[in-house]
Design a protein. Structure first.
Length: 175
């Protein structure tokens, strides 16, 4: 397999399978009130993080890589205080993920080194995708942590098997 194609395939898998499933599992554990809880005014709620992820992947991949118009209002993602319901948050995230998956699925690996200007930054397609996957993973971890804080429970994403971490999130998320 071509290295560029492997990078695109793995990026799509992380975004649409691993991270999206973990976020869905977290949201399923929380009340609508918990989705908008924040420890202080300088921190984001899970609701804000979901809106932010949808906006970020749309801006960087759908617009920046795919060429669609950029209509993002980044500050609104953080200003929202709810109560957008869980279903609406997931609809926005799922729609953005489907669009991102389509762009990445149609992308020719030969364009990975092409220059782009995204969010006022000079970058290239490879770095834009890498940024999005890393950024999405970081906020998925924050969502998981907030979920643990609010529920006091282990999320059961992994099971210990003699020092090996077995992925339980796949079964629970239907992957």
């Amino acid at each position: 397999m071509d290295l560029g194609q492997a990078f695109l395939d793995e990026s799509r898998r992380y975004l649409t399978q691993e991270y999206a499933v973990k976020i869905r599992l977290c949201l399923a554990e929380l009340s609508d009130e918990d989705l908008w809880w924040r420890p202080n005014e300088h921190a984001n709620s899970i609701g804000n993080l979901v809106l932010h992820l949808a906006g970020n992947i749309r801006q960087w991949i759908v617009s920046g890589v795919g060429g669609a118009p950029d209509a993002r209002h980044r500050q609104a993602e953080f200003d929202e205080r709810g109560p957008l319901a869980r279903d609406e948050l997931l609809r926005r995230l799922d729609t953005a993920l489907r669009d991102v998956d389509r762009v990445l699925g149609d992308l020719d690996p030969a364009v990975l080194t092409q220059d782009r200007r995204i969010q006022g930054r000079d970058t290239n397609v490879f770095r834009a995708i890498y940024h999005v996957v890393e950024h999405f993973g970081m906020h998925t971890g924050q969502i998981a942590y907030i979920t643990k804080l609010r529920t006091g429970e282990d999320l059961g994403f992994y099971r210990d098997a003699g020092g090996l971490a077995i992925e339980e999130w796949r079964k629970r998320g239907g992957v």
